[in-house]
Design a protein around this ligand. Structure first.
Ligand SMILES: Cc1cc2nc3c(=O)[nH]c(=O)nc-3n(C[C@H](O)[C@H](O)[C@H](O)COP(=O)(O)OP(=O)(O)OC[C@H]3O[C@@H](n4cnc5c(N)ncnc54)[C@H](O)[C@@H]3O)c2cc1C
Length: 497
């Protein structure tokens, strides 16, 4: 066992700089950190939508929100609006909020299901403050004393600016950046560990623990260690993306739009200075020319650049930690950005590594535990994304019909059956997505519970009607006090920390 005195990070994309910033902040001078990256290779340059745990990164790093919004040209994200995912013309929101009130043993959707059966009108989302704010384009943190007014949010940001922001932060903490292209590695004969990176010009960067943030290339984890890849393309057939920035709209929406097309879907991400757009599609069903026609034909504002094609492979490396190499970011695997989970998976990987940090040396137990948690977490995200594709009701293409009829992973099949039967959901350990997320996507795409929990039969019909009306009024109460989303951004950006 070799103690870990020096960590070497290969790659300077979001994964590399987030790793550098978090590890240097948490471990301080206990480890030296050197980051190697190549400007010539560059970064992937997409990845603009996040989920609320990103706020924990800012909190740990001590980043002020106003600085963050200003430096990364960020906007607020309260939800994703899924359009045409159930039937064409329909839409629903997957918000970060919780509908109704948390009633402990029995979730709100059971009461709402009973109300539906009684013919009491009202959408499930009318009880969700995130939805109400998203719909009316309003935002400010609510900081309510009552959790009923919680308004969880994340950000949309410019990925290039975010990387530079993290880089400045990490370099200030003493992380050393080395420019250069890795051409080879030196490995220990005894156990196969990587001892050093060898750059094209012959320089050698030695270390004890290596974090592979080299993107889809997986330079250390795949090219040198040959770890192997588990392909999930049979469940998630999209294998290409096309991205293009477009001009800013008049007013920016506090949510991402995800618009399903014949064989894929399109994202629209509003930033302060422009919009991020892209089409995720299956190359079996669309040529790149067709994809470009769909993407460019569905922009709300003029394109600012030529579209960029990004091929990808869906799945995960068989061991995210192998020998003394931990793969973080795209090198560890990829799931399409439908639920904006990749940056979160970077954060989660680093947090896990910090929890299990092998300061006295790497043991097989540490590696096994890290890999067990990473695998489970990624499979649960995968299942959630499959749910969106599988639970479609579209009749317009073989793409959607095949996905509706495919066999899904057992764990997901059980979840759907359970929910359909009586609205029950089981929270898996390491699942990023909590019950409100699963409920919204299931019901948003037409999986409705046939029954509900008997506790929901507690109030009489009239009591239920009254309680729901009061709850809807209560939920919406902060709305009149909140500024427009753009106004909030302007106020924050103008504020000096
Ligand atoms: C189409 C698409 C849309 C996405 N949208 C989202 C989203 O909305 N939300 C989200 O959370 N995630 C999203 N992602 C994922 C997100 O972009 C990535 O998780 C994130 O950018 C991290 O990338 P990375 O740092 O792993 O890789 P990269 O950005 O590719 O960085 C790789 C780094 O490794 C370096 N490198 C590679 N090889 C060598 C070498 N031999 N020598 C030296 N340096 C080398 C490169 O120079 C670069 O610095 C999206 C991904 C795709 C493909």
């Amino acid at each position: 066992m070799r103690p870990i005195h020096k960590v070497v990070i290969l790659g300077g994309g979001t994964a590399g700089w987030m790793s550098a910033a978090l590890i240097s902040k948490v471990l301080g001078r206990q480890v030296a950190i050197e980051l190697v990256e190549s400007d010539e290779i560059g970064i992937i340059g997409v990845g603009e939508a996040t989920i609320p745990p990103i706020q924990q990164v800012n909190a740990v790093l001590g980043i002020d929100e106003a600085d963050f919004l200003r430096e990364t040209k960020a906007t607020i994200k309260l939800a994703i609006r899924f359009e045409n995912w159930g039937q064409i013309g329909e839409s629903y929101y997957h918000t970060f909020g919780t509908a109704g009130r948390n009633l402990g043993f029995c979730s709100f959707h059971h009461f709402w299901t009973r109300a539906q059966k009684l013919g009491i009108p009202g959408s499930y989302w009318d009880f969700d403050l995130n939805y109400l704010c998203a719909k009316s384009n309003k935002f400010a943190p609510t900081n309510g004393n009552d959790p009923i007014w919680d308004l969880p949010y994340a950000y949309h940001f410019d990925s290039g600016l975010y990387g530079q922001f993290l880089r400045r932060y990490a370099e200030n903490l003493g992380v050393v950046r080395t420019e250069g292209k890795v051409a080879d590695v030196q490995r220990a004969a005894s156990n196969g560990d990587i001892m050093a990176l060898v750059l094209e010009d012959g320089r050698v960067v030695a270390g004890d623990l290596f974090i592979d943030c080299s993107g889809g290339r997986g330079v250390l984890i795949q090219q040198h260690l040959g770890t192997g890849f588990e392909d999930w393309g049979h469940w998630l057939p999209c294998d290409r993306a096309m991205a293009v920035p477009s001009a800013r709209f008049e007013s920016t929406l506090p949510f991402t739009r995800s618009i399903a097309h014949g064989a894929g879907w399109q994202w629209r991400i509003p930033l302060q200075h422009r919009n991020g757009n892209g089409l995720v599609y299956s190359s079996q069903h669309y040529s790149d020319e067709q994809a470009a026609d769909i993407l460019l034909g569905n922009l709300d504002s003029p394109a600012l650049d030529a579209p960029k094609i990004i091929p990808f492979r869906t799945g995960r490396v068989r061991q995210q930690w192998n020998c003394n190499v931990v793969a973080v970011g795209l090198s560890s695997g990829f799931l399409e950005p439908l639920e904006s989970t990749s940056i979160y998976l970077i954060q989660s990987a680093i947090t896990r590594l910090l929890h299990l940090f092998p300061h006295a040396g790497i043991t097989s137990e540490l590696v096994a535990e890290y890999n067990r948690q990473s695998q489970l977490e990624m499979e649960l995200v995968r299942d959630f994304i499959i749910l969106h594709y599988h639970a479609n009701q579209r009749q317009d293409s073989t793409f959607w019909r095949d996905l509706r009829h495919m066999d899904v992973p057992d764990r997901l099949a059980r979840k759907i059956a359970l929910f359909r039967h009586n609205g029950a959901l089981v929270q898996d350990q390491y699942d990023i997505f909590m019950e409100p997320s699963w409920v919204q996507v299931m019901m948003g795409q037409g999986i409705m519970p046939e029954d509900y929990h008997p506790i929901a039969d507690g109030p009489s019909d009239d009591e239920l009607r009254t309680q729901l009306a009061q709850l809807a009024e209560l939920k919406a109460r902060p709305l009149s006090q909140l500024p427009a989303h753009d106004r909030y951004i302007d106020m924050q950006v103008a504020r000096r920390s």
